[in-house]
Design a protein around this ligand. Structure first.
Ligand code: ZN
Length: 430
């Protein structure tokens, strides 16, 4: 791949017109295009399947939709932009007054010139989305609304690309595939993961890499429910979203907060003058991966996070906002993260809490003091680890401050762990 930014952009241009949603043929067509570049294994799970607390939805498909005014002119047409139809609209074909129609028109008064992206997944409804300025100018009279759609039992569709490595330990990369014609949120994530998988395919890999393309929320939930027994293989994970805008790289930590993926991505993002944020249970697919029952080491690497860039969830999230050079920069950042993970640069670099913080623990009684002549670490290493293990310093930071090799600090921590004097900070009971 000579110019990854351009290639990702070109794929985005092909994916853009497709009407994606939680389910349906738009999702399958999207996977068809991805599959031209990387191998995919698809899974189709029937509507109505129970997945944890959720019931998988019916499948939505749409062929055409338009709204005609009193003079017969089409006001909005699905053929021009799939954003014009409320996602999951049930079929309709009727004539109605402007007042009746208004119940089914969606606009954004704060951004009067854009068409907003709206869905109604959980309440049966139909509607059209249009710029507020256009809505305000509609004349009284009789309108004709036509939506030729089906909402029926079908499937939830998702796909995986697994690139096996030397180890069965996996790096999970996840993105959602349920947004229609929107570039940054979410085509940028789709084309980035596709390009990364294509690049990693011909590389020597220690880790196995799993790329998951699935509809938001129900996709990760369904995948987790079908892979619960193997989910421990996920050693590191990233949710890719909003990676094509001009904003700086932004990393949102995993729920664990100090997992190897967190330290690794922080190194890359901070070197690029990006921003690092703590975990919150709001956002995208990390809400499922980082739910307390899984608590996977999965963070989110974006540029400007969703709902923070102008144009979010509207027709202004387009090819002016997303540019090849930003996609290429995100691509390079992800590769840099993989390189650090593969090199083990942060392996074993944990953060601990000293369980005996009042005064020094008596090391001699535990066979640690002066009993270390044969070991490769010094007593000093023990004291440094004990003193700085307050949940805020990882072992790398301690090694730096102590002026000792990381391996010595790591071994000292192992001895202290074995003696019950330390605990990993994420396991600490508050
Ligand atoms: Zn979104």
């Amino acid at each position: 791949m000579s110019d990854p930014g351009r290639e990702m952009y070109a794929l985005m241009e092909r994916l853009y017109p497709i009407c994606r949603s939680l389910t349906g043929d738009g999702v399958r067509q999207t996977l068809d295009l991805i599959e031209e570049q990387i191998p995919l294994e698809r899974t189709e799970v029937p509507s109505g399947t129970q997945v944890y607390d959720w019931t998988l939805p019916r499948e939505w498909n749409i062929r055409e939709a338009w709204l005609a005014g009193p003079d017969g002119e089409r006001i909005v047409d699905f053929a021009d932009s799939n954003l014009h139809v409320l996602g999951y609209s049930v079929p309709v074909r009727k004539r109605l007054t402007l007042a009746e129609l208004r119940e089914h028109l969606f606009s954004d008064p704060e951004r009067p010139d854009v068409t907003p992206y709206r869905t109604s997944y959980h309440n049966e409804n139909w509607g059209f989305c249009l710029p507020h300025r256009q809505l305000e100018a509609l004349a009284e009279g009789e309108y004709e609304a036509v939506i030729d759609s089906t909402l029926a039992d079908g499937f939830v569709t998702y796909a995986e690309c697994l690139l096996p490595g030397e180890s069965e330990d996996e790096i999970l990369l996840s993105t959602y595939i349920c947004h229609p014609s929107l570039c940054n949120d979410n085509l940028s994530g789709i084309v980035l993961l596709t390009a990364l998988a294509a690049r990693l395919r011909d590389r020597q890999r220690n880790y196995s890499y799993r790329f998951l393309f699935s509809p938001a929320t129900i996709g990760p939930l369904t995948w987790l429910s079908r892979n619960e027994k193997r989910v421990h293989r996920v050693k590191h994970g990233l949710v890719a979203a909003c990676v094509g805008d001009p904003g700086p790289l932004t990393y949102k930590r995993s729920r664990r907060g100090n997992a190897e993926i967190d330290r690794t991505v922080e190194e890359v993002v901070l070197a690029a003058s990006g921003e690092v944020r703590d975990f919150t249970p709001l956002g995208g697919d990390e809400r499922q991966f980082c739910s307390p029952g899984f608590d996977l080491p999965v963070g989110v690497l974006t540029r400007t996070p969703q709902d923070e860039f102008p144009g979010y969830h509207s027709s202004a999230d387009d090819f002016d906002l997303v540019r090849p050079e930003h996609l290429a920069d995100s691509f390079a950042a992800y590769l840099a993260v993989f390189e650090l993970l593969e090199s083990g640069a942060h392996e074993g670099n944990e953060t601990y809490v000293n369980l005996n913080p009042k005064g020094e623990p008596q090391l001699g009684r535990r066979g640690l003091y002066r009993a270390v002549g044969g070991g490769s670490f010094t007593e000093g290493a023990l004291l440094w680890v004990l003193n700085l293990s307050d949940g805020r310093n990882d072992l790398k930071a301690i090694a730096k401050r102590a002026g000792l090799p990381f391996s010595e600090i790591r071994e000292a921590a192992d001895q202290l762990l074995a003696a019950g004097l330390l605990v990993a900070s994420e396991e600490r009971v508050p």
